[in-house]
Each structure stands twice: as structure tokens, then as C-alpha cells.
Design a protein around this ligand. Structure first.
Ligand code: C5P
Length: 297
């Protein structure tokens, strides 16, 4: 369904923006096995879209380029978010029809499932005409996944812990980007299992940086510690980085546990040109030019 169609057919719509890890440092591991992370995160102006309507009974439909690859059972984060929120709010929660337009590839390191869960929480609170205290909403989000609290924010931030300690980064500029995914899903637990070192240096970013160039230098001095183990699983990640650079990227890195890589470009015209060329070379891959949100959005 086109964007306007979704807005017309559904009273409440939400965007589930792609999450981009500009940096991801693995700094330790909790006794329960979850890894402690330091992440610099921003959000793209592309993503999934969701629509919400009152209904006679709960229903869920899917569309979009990746709609057919997603299960509609209890493992679906949209349905888990709906059920968890309903449990929290009780009588207010009348039956709903939810539609998910799945534009982002599955298991791709750009938070599609987490962003969908966060958008479901936001959308249903609007539809049901209720709100939860910020802390209660954040802990409910964390039950759905480590990245869901940051997706509730969908603006530039630093996240620590397993993703629950969030601090806004209002001075982060917008970036012109190309996202590339070879359409090979990556298992996040498998990438963490292959991680050689779990106690790496923390993210240490100079703050108050005013220009894009300085931010790029700072991001360049950071890392994604999950990139080496993900490259073992998906060797195309190395090829993608090389291709993004060959098409003019100032900087490339993998997001999350992969396999999506992003390239940062001088502007949207350069990003769109590179995306068109990459799509021509690899029509079987997901290639998307996008602008990320700025901290002062
Ligand atoms: O929280 P989420 O469902 O996104 O995590 C998927 C899996 O990734 C977890 O079950 C865990 O094995 C691994 N993980 C981790 N440390 C994190 C986040 C995820 O080990 N901080």
C-alpha cells in the first residue's frame, strides 16, 4: 500500500525508522549472558510503516517488499508489543486491526523488528487514547528486545548497558547515507557467540562537535565490534564496504549485528547516484539512499 493509502485507510499511522549504529562497542557481559554495549545510534528517514484501526477482533496484515518473509505468529514483535501493552493497560485496550508495511529486510542489523515493536507501542497508545509513565513504557519496551527502548525515541542518542541507558545527542547532524544489505539474514546471538573479545574500550566521543566533518572523524575513531564476527558469517560485508567506497562513500561501517552496511556521502545527490549505480550492479541486494534525522530535529 502506498504511503498516502496507508494514511487514508488508517486513523493512526506510525513510522518505524531504520536504526543505524554509527558505533557499537562491546564493553563486557552480564551474568545472564547479555553483552554490555556502548552505542552511538541514529535513525534513517526510511523504514517500515504501520497503521492501526479499531476492529471487532484483533487482526494483523502484512504488505511491502519483505512482508512475505515475516511470520505472523507469536514470534512477531508487533503482536508481542500489542499483547504486552494490553496486559499493562487492561480495559482500555479494545480489539485492533494492525497493518505492517514491511519495507526493511529481516534480521539485517537496522532494527526493523525493534522499530516495529516501538511503533506498535506508540501507535496503540494513540489509538487507545492512553499513555504510560516514561519509565514504565521503557521497561515494557525492554522486555520486547534490547533495541526497542531506543527505537521508541527514534532520534540520535547514545545507548549504554544493553541499550536501556539512553542519552540524547542533540548535536549530531543529519547524514546522507546509502544502506546496503546482501539479503542474507544474520543471527544476532550467533554473531555475539563468535565475538573474540568481550571487554573492549568504551565509546569515548568528544561532544559538542559542531560540524559533520568533525563528527565523521570522531565516528571514524570508534568501531563496530560485531563487524569482524559478522564478516566471518557473511563475507559479502567486506565486498559491500569496498563497493560503497568505490562509489564515493566518505566512510563505511556495518550496523548492529549486520549484515547491513552504511556509507556516508557528501550529500543526498551523491548518495542517490551511488545507490542507483549499486542497484544496477547488484539488483538482488537491498540498496537504499536515505537521510538520517539530525539531533536538533
Ligand atoms: O534483545 P534482542 O532480542 O534484540 O537480542 C537477541 C539476542 O542477541 C539475545 O538473545 C542475545 O543472545 C544477544 N544479545 C546480547 N547482548 C545484547 C543484545 C543481544 O548478547 N546486548
Amino acid at each position: 500500500m502506498p504511503e498516502e493509502g496507508l494514511a487514508e485507510a488508517f486513523g493512526v499511522t506510525e513510522e518505524a525508522r531504520a536504526k543505524i549504529n554509527l558505533a557499537l562497542h562491546v564493553t563486557g557481559q552480564r551474568p545472564d549472558g547479555y553483552h554490555l554495549l556502548d552505542m552511538l545510534v541514529t535513525f534513517a528517514d526510511c523504514g517500515d510503516r504501520l497503521g492501526f484501526l479499531p476492529a471487532q477482533a484483533d487482526t494483523f496484515t502484512l504488505s511491502g517488499p519483505f512482508g512475505e518473509t515475516l511470520a505472523s505468529d507469536g514470534s512477531n514483535l508487533v503482536l508481542r508489543a500489542r499483547d504486552l501493552l494490553r496486559e499493562a493497560v487492561g480495559a482500555l485496550a479494545f480489539p485492533v486491526h494492525i497493518h505492517l508495511q514491511k519495507n526493511l529486510p529481516i534480521a539485517s542489523g537496522i532494527g526493523g523488528g525493534s522499530a516495529d515493536a516501538a511503533a506498535t507501542l506508540r501507535g496503540l497508545m494513540r489509538l487507545w487514547g492512553m499513555s504510560l509513565p516514561v519509565g514504565a513504557l521503557a521497561s515494557l519496551a525492554l522486555k520486547l528486545g534490547a533495541d526497542v527502548p531506543m527505537c521508541l525515541e527514534s532520534r540520535p542518542l547514545i545507548a549504554r548497558g544493553i541499550g536501556e541507558r539512553i542519552e540524547a545527542v542533540p548535536d549530531l547532524p543529519a547524514f546522507a547515507m546509502v544502506l546496503v544489505n546482501p539479503l542474507q539474514g544474520v543471527s544476532t546471538p550467533e554473531v555475539f557467540r563468535r565475538l573474540a573479545a568481550k571487554n573492549n574500550p568504551a565509546l569515548d566521543l568528544a561532544r559538542g562537535l559542531s560540524e559533520t566533518g568533525r563528527w565523521l572523524t570522531a565516528i571514524g575513531s570508534a568501531r563496530n565490534d560485531l563487524e569482524p564476527p559478522a564478516r566471518e558469517l557473511v563475507p559479502e560485508i567486506t565486498v559491500i564496504s569496498q563497493m560503497l567506497q568505490a562509489h564515493g562513500a566518505l566512510f563505511t561501517r556495518m550496523s548492529g549485528s549486520g549484515a547491513t552496511c552504511f556509507g556516508i556521502f557528501t550529500g543526498m545527490a551523491a548518495a542517490q547516484e551511488a545507490a542507483a549505480a549499486l542497484h544496477g550492479e547488484r539488483p538482488d541486494w537491498y540498496v537504499q539512499a536515505t537521510e538520517t534525522v539530525s539531533g536538533g530535529m
